[in-house]
Design a protein around this ligand. Structure first.
Ligand code: SF4
Length: 500
């Protein structure tokens, strides 16, 4: 064993067992495998059981993932998340300060009490753009209150895992806006320390966030006595493996404490007992970057943007569409406007379905294109807003075949801790495979629907609770595609690779 090399990696992470996942990632990069003696040495040095190290080493597929590049699409709407993006040079703090950056932080810590900051955020109507879709002001208030009553130090975590690629883009293009949002939220709850949890695939974003943290610290915007007040705050980074489950709150906390991303318990709220038992709050990147703007322009200004929900949302337009890319639009515009006017799809008649919310998002039929895009309507369509990709599928698509690909990747992504998600997704995949191959029956379609409902209601964490959305929505809106496979033993699209 090359002990010097292993020691170098261990030292890079201060031999801190909380960074066991990151240490293993570096070891894998160096050796392209996990030599047994290296794993034993790491376990001894970190003083953790070897089984825990094996669990992490075998959890991920450790592949390098390339992030697809998408442009920011032009819209007629005023951006909030992508504000000043042309003027800001991500590696230069001065360019951020020149457009008013860190002014909101100064206003907050010098002229507002923490509760006034929370009230302003509550009045703005800002809703978390992550999986829970709960009001950010209430989340902050609850965490801050629990910390006060229990006397425990609150912890704030910015989730930059980025199930939605937009979070990676925001960190890459405007890292200081993320840091400023995190600082104001930390001030509001009284947290002296916070974390940025970033997906390893966002290599450029990681570099730029590191540079931004360094320059913010040099300017006294991190550390002790920020703006000559009693407010102090420091930020540490955790680099996450690209396993879908890592982006979910409880697995994320397991990861950050040096375990595989398996949730440890189901019933405790993280606001009561999150990171290492401290009252914690997790907010994603896109939510946090709204906070400096709310402080600068006021809650009334923010609340008036959008219909149905306040503010804007960055959607990623993908699939059979003329212009693919990120579009920041106010809540309340319709799917039709987003796809036709911004995405440039001329013939809306060619749309069969739209999948909202990434791999675990629901399918919406073309008859629902005039639905508005706000939190409630999107939830009713079967999709949480945590991955706001909008994938357009055309009339050539067979929904059964489309579903087969998705369920296969969802089954791969399960952490395996609980039976409904682990076995349920595997069984769902076996059933959909049978249906697609023409050896299934109508009973198999019903069984698939029933399994999906069980996974949704019985799974331990949000991963399993959302994973069945594509199954349930595909069967609800496109049952005919499944029936053609089992009754006529053919694929309605006639072109797909998985059954022809
Ligand atoms: S729902 Fe899935 S990801 Fe979540 S704990 Fe269960 S097996 Fe793991």
């Amino acid at each position: 064993m090359e002990t010097t090399k292993v020691n170098k990696i261990l030292d890079k992470w201060n031999r801190d067992p909380d960074y066991a996942n990151e240490i293993l990632a570096d070891i894998h990069k160096k050796w392209e495998s996990f030599p047994e003696d290296v794993l034993k040495y790491v376990a001894d040095e970190l003083k953790v059981p070897l089984g825990r190290i094996y669990n992490m080493a075998t959890f991920y597929d450790w592949k390098d993932v390339k992030v697809p590049e998408y442009p920011i699409l032009r819209t007629k709407y005023e951006p909030i998340v992508f504000r000043n993006i042309k003027e800001i040079k991500p590696k230069e703090i001065d360019s951020y300060i020149a457009v008013g950056g860190y002014k909101s932080l100064e206003t907050a810590v010098k002229t507002m009490s923490p509760s006034a900051v929370i009230d302003e955020i509550k009045r703005s109507g800002l809703i978390s753009r992550s999986g829970t879709n709960s009001p950010t002001g209430i989340k902050l208030e609850t965490c801050g209150r629990i910390a006060k009553t229990t006397g425990k130090t609150p912890v704030i975590i910015c989730n930059g895992f980025g199930t939605s690629l937009s979070d990676g883009l925001i960190m890459k293009l405007n890292p200081h806006s993320v840091i400023e949002g995190l600082l104001i939220a930390a001030y509001a709850i009284g947290a002296p320390e916070g974390y940025l949890f970033i997906n390893t695939k966002y290599t450029q974003a990681i570099d730029r966030i590191n540079t931004a943290l360094k320059s913010a610290a040099e300017r006294g915007l991190l550390g002790e006595r920020i703006f000559d007040t009693d407010f102090r705050f420091n930020i540490k980074i955790h680099v996450a493996q690209d396993a879908m489950v890592c982006g979910i709150s409880k697995p994320l906390i397991s990861y950050m404490t040096g375990f595989a991303p398996e949730p440890k318990d189901q019933y405790t709220r993280i606001s009561e007992s999150g990171y290492k038992g401290y009252p914690s709050i997790i907010e994603n990147v896109e939510t946090l970057v709204n906070i400096p703007v709310i402080i600068e322009k006021g809650s009334g200004w923010f609340a008036n943007i959008g219909k149905g929900s306040a503010g804007t949302k960055v959607f990623l337009l993908e699939g059979k569409i003329a212009k693919k890319g990120f579009a920041e639009v106010p809540f309340g515009i319709t799917l039709r406007e987003l796809i036709s006017k911004i995405g440039g799809l001329k013939d809306a008649g060619s749309i069969k379905a739209v999948q909202i919310g990434g791999a675990s998002g629901g399918f919406v039929p073309s008859s629902m294109l005039d639905e508005s895009l706000d939190f409630n309507s999107i939830r009713k369509m079967g999709s949480p807003i945590y991955d706001a990709s909008i994938r357009v599928l055309d009339n050539e698509t067979c929904m059964a075949c489309e579903l087969k690909k998705l369920v296969s990747s969802m089954a791969d992504g399960s952490c395996g801790k609980c039976v409904p998600c682990r076995d349920g997704l595997i069984n769902a995949h076996l059933l959909i495979d049978k249906i697609v191959k023409g050896t299934g029956t109508i009973d198999d379609i019903n069984a698939l629907e029933s399994i999906a409902n069980t996974i949704k209601t019985m799974s331990f964490c949000a991963y399993g609770q959302y994973a069945p959305s594509p199954i349930l929505s595909a069967i609800k809106h496109f049952r005919k595609d499944f029936e053609i496979h089992v009754n006529e033993k053919r694929c309605p699209s006639g072109t797909c690779e998985c059954c022809n």
